[in-house]
Design a protein around this ligand. Sequence first.
Ligand SMILES: [Zn+2]
Ligand SMILES: [Zn+2]
Length: 56
Amino acid sequence: MVKEKECTSCKKRIINDPSSVSFTCPNCLEVIIIRCGECRKKAIKYRCSKCKFEGP
Ligand SMILES: [Zn+2]
Ligand SMILES: [Zn+2]
């Protein structure tokens, strides 16, 4: 499991960010949403690449 993760919102690669989170899209439950600590702090929206669901 060395696949690099990148933030869904800003596309920043997440290397060692303990405040980053990843979760499945609450709408379609098929896409993994990844958010870096920065985007969480700024409450930047994410958008699911599959169903276009937007969330805070
Ligand atoms: Zn980000
Ligand atoms: Zn989705």
